[in-house]
Design a protein around this ligand. Sequence first.
Ligand SMILES: Nc1nc2c(ncn2[C@@H]2O[C@H](COP(=O)(O)OP(=O)(O)OP(=O)(O)O)[C@@H](O)[C@H]2O)c(=O)[nH]1
Ligand SMILES: Nc1nc2c(ncn2[C@@H]2O[C@H](COP(=O)(O)OP(=O)(O)OP(=O)(O)O)[C@@H](O)[C@H]2O)c(=O)[nH]1
Ligand SMILES: [Mg+2]
Ligand SMILES: [Mg+2]
Lengths: 283, 294
Amino acid sequence: TGKSRKIDEQLYEELEEALIGADLNIHTTIRIMRDLRDQVRDQDARTADDVKDILRNALVEAMVAGDEGYFSPLKQSPTAPTVYLVVGVNGVGKTTSIAKMAYRFKEAGHKVVLAAADTFRAAAIDQIQIWGDRLGVTVVCGKEGSDPASVVFDAIRHARAAGADYVICDTAGRLHTKQNLMEELKKINRVILRERGGGPADETLLVLDATTGQNAILQAQEFKKAVDISGIILAKLDGTARGGIVITIKDELKVPIKLIGTGEKPEDMEAFEPHTFVKGIFE
Amino acid sequence: SLSEKLQSAFARLGGRGVLSEEVVDKALHEVQLALLEADVNYRVVKGFIARVRERATGSDILKGLEPAQQVIKIVDEELTALLGGDDEATKLVFAPKPPTIIMLVGLQGSGKTTHAGKLAAFVRKQGRNPILVACDVYRPAAIKQLEIVGEQVKTPVFTKGDQIDPVDIAQEAVAEASTSGRDVVIIDTAGRLQIDDALMDELKRMKAAVKPTQILLVLDAMTGQEAVNVAKGFTDSLDVDGFILTKFDSDTRGGAALSLKTIANKPIKFIGVGEKMDALEAFHPDRMASRILG
Ligand SMILES: Nc1nc2c(ncn2[C@@H]2O[C@H](COP(=O)(O)OP(=O)(O)OP(=O)(O)O)[C@@H](O)[C@H]2O)c(=O)[nH]1
Ligand SMILES: Nc1nc2c(ncn2[C@@H]2O[C@H](COP(=O)(O)OP(=O)(O)OP(=O)(O)O)[C@@H](O)[C@H]2O)c(=O)[nH]1
Ligand SMILES: [Mg+2]
Ligand SMILES: [Mg+2]
């Protein structure tokens, strides 16, 4: 048992394998394992359980370094409406995550408007409209093939006029390697900047799929360059993937994880909590 | 790139007849890092490195090659061999007596609906007569999405709406196809987790009911370490016939491909390289090997 198991090379190998298996970046893992050995020596740890505790604390520290606390709540605008822009590569869970956020805000008594700014993908507008109907929130659309930036513009104007508390903008999935699509995203962002007197959206949220490996780092880097990501939504954590790559992303890009997706229903979203997340890495 | 890293690591080692253990260890350390950065599964990497180490240590350095180049040559050959193998197996298998039934399965958002359309376009080019079947009754507007895709590839979509058991929809579609001259039935299913017993059961029931010619696991090329468990889950439940790796137009290294081949030992039939209906390519092991190595 961990209580009496001694500390040996096999233990370190198992822990390293657990980290890599959780999709932590290999260089982050090497550094964490090196620091772990130092700390085990410095703290005179005796058992395997001691070592695991030290490692778990180190991982939690990596997740919250530079933050004010353990939670990273969504920013709110001092003057309504609060505007959120949701971005990410194809199929990661943007539209569904927006439905979940809308559900949560509606349950709390707020008025929500959704911008159906994915004007490209087949039935993308239909998909978010169905969510709007189910949740009882307004969805502002343009025609399919229309300019996404103008849909966002319309949605913000509509939200102001209707006294809505939140506008959440859905965008088409796009690979960060497609320059024209990243330019389109910057254009959407410029519309938001203009509509809010020079300020960006209150949150620009990058949705990452927990099953994604090292490419998530490149996604975060490129999206951050294009539209200064303020937070990450880590979706599909109800699967077997652990999403450990976000530790590297937080560490290197300083972008906080704000929310996690744990299923396909509107209720399946939680605030990101580092201790629970780290615990999940070792389960 | 890996070859640049190795060249600089070995810049001062002269070529000397055979690859020493020391040279091989040093080189394989870099290769191991490269493979992990490429999302190849940890265990698969270990096994692969052990194989290469065995083959490389003591092997003759070919005339005109630096030691580093020799190691890379061996790594590349081993990787290509692992990824490739039987050329015939990578082709789509058609039923001796129509209709050919293709079932697409996979995790949420991997690209099933999109690739159902691409496959329809692909077989139409071969002069076949496909029909698409809408068996995702859960995701909002999934049926509408497949219908729009169907229009794009001039292929009819069989649907019974979203209130009917997907297994019944699949059965009726196959029965109808047989009487209406449709010789390829492409079934789009809902995304699901391989650990969702109820939904995996649904697929098992569908397989038993329609006896597909091909069950293809559609997997995102940017999948990380879990590719092995996902593939295992679907393979254990359904004995899939092969894979379609999607979103290869990204800059993901695609190490999941090696994990799939090593663990599930089923062929990668196609790769998806874009959102349009013509963005479907055959899988090339040699190109994949150099992409994974970086
Ligand atoms: N299990 C699980 N599935 C999820 C989660 N979030 C989203 N999904 C599913 O993932 C699939 C894709 O979700 P979407 O919301 O359409 O993803 P998207 O990023 O908007 O996709 P595109 O607009 O095509 O780029 C759907 O089947 C969702 O139900 C999650 O947290 N857990
Ligand atoms: N760039 C790129 N995008 C792709 C590719 N294949 C699919 N997509 C996109 O990925 C997203 C998800 O594709 P879908 O076909 O809806 O995925 P799915 O597996 O049917 O999703 P679920 O039914 O929710 O499980 C869409 O935005 C597609 O346009 C590909 O090869 N390259
Ligand atoms: Mg979407
Ligand atoms: Mg689908």
